[in-house]
Design a protein around this ligand. Structure first.
Ligand code: FE2
Ligand code: FE2
Length: 239
């Protein structure tokens, strides 16, 4: 069920496609002295995601399980990972750790403040607090500085069983998906607040080379331009 692709040196994308809703659920595994899994995944994915992780590294050696916001596709299986990897801890924003994760998880989270860095060996993950972007009071994103990869959660969400990595227009695909959502019962997926534009500006200023996308293809290229275009589209659709 899971496809595993190396989208950058030691950065693996573990992808499940759910045909019923025409949507991929992507998880990212980054090998390093302290391996990090970004997105614990849905509870029901755990056995197959475990098997996919095992194709790349020993699952019990995971040290960090990261996610953007408290939602099942981000962290539903968190406790399964903490059970099979005794040295692993959750890592998320400080707010999320305090209001949800430290009550839910069997091991205390490393809660990061905006701008704080998690070092795992060669990799340095800078935490960017992004309240309500894509959604959730507790939302945040990790920017890995050595590879300039932004783990951007639901930003750039688009449909289909698409390629692992593209330099083509993911923003156009995402705008199409957001317009369809906004016209139906899923309106409200991305709340547009007085801070949305400044948060998108902050993410664009990181100048990522890769956007690691949870739902759809990851993007390689001018990440700042893509995020600015996405911000403009959000203003039109949701603003
Ligand atoms: Fe989400
Ligand atoms: Fe998601």
């Amino acid at each position: 069920m899971f496809k595993v692709d190396e989208i950058g040196p030691d950065v693996y994308r573990l992808s499940a496609y759910v045909s019923r809703i025409d949507l991929q659920f992507n998880h990212f595994l980054i090998k390093d002295d302290e391996p990090l899994l970004c997105h614990a995944g849905l509870n029901r994915f755990f056995p197959e995601l475990w098997e996919a992780v095992a194709r790349v590294t020993e699952p019990s050696g995971l040290r960090w399980v990261a996610f953007s916001h408290f939602e099942s596709d981000e962290c539903g299986a968190l406790n399964h990972w903490l059970e099979i990897a005794p040295g692993a801890r959750p890592v998320c924003g400080m707010l999320g750790a305090q209001v949800s994760v430290n009550d839910f998880a069997i091991r205390e989270a490393r809660g990061l403040m905006d701008g704080e860095v998690l070092a795992t060996g060669k990799r340095r993950y800078r935490f960017c607090s992004t309240p309500h972007v894509p959604h959730g009071w507790d939302a945040g994103m990790l920017f890995e500085e050595s590879s300039r990869t932004l783990f951007c959660s639901d930003l750039c969400h688009h449909m289909g069983d698409v390629e692992p990595l593209t330099s083509q227009d993911v923003v156009g695909r995402s705008v199409k998906a957001m317009e369809a959502m906004q016209a139906g019962p899923l309106a409200g997926y991305l709340p547009y607040t007085s801070r949305t534009q400044s948060i998108m500006d902050k993410l664009a200023a990181l100048a990522p080379h890769t956007l690691a996308v949870m739902h759809g293809s990851s993007f390689t290229g001018d990440g700042a331009k893509a995020l600015q275009e996405l911000a403009g589209a959000y203003k039109t659709i949701f603003g």
